[in-house]
Write a protein that binds this ligand. Sequence first.
Ligand SMILES: [Zn+2]
Length: 83
Amino acid sequence: MAAEPLQHDPARLAAGTKVPRSGIYRVYHYRHRLPHSVILLKNDVLPACHHCGDRVEFVELMDGDVCEADYNFSLEQADDQAA
Ligand SMILES: [Zn+2]
């Protein structure tokens, strides 16, 4: 399995940054784990890694809200959208 490139990418977000959009993010650790994906929610803070600390980086792969936050599935707005 080929390693993914390590060059700096401006789309990469550092630990401690506020999550810009809910969705799936690719996680790039520093020298201890291959990249993997996680789900993060808007306005959460990107976490530091327990192993490589704030050298971990995140890249948004795909945005997507939790189902309960979508206007067609939100109970709070069900009456407004009934038509
Ligand atoms: Zn790490």
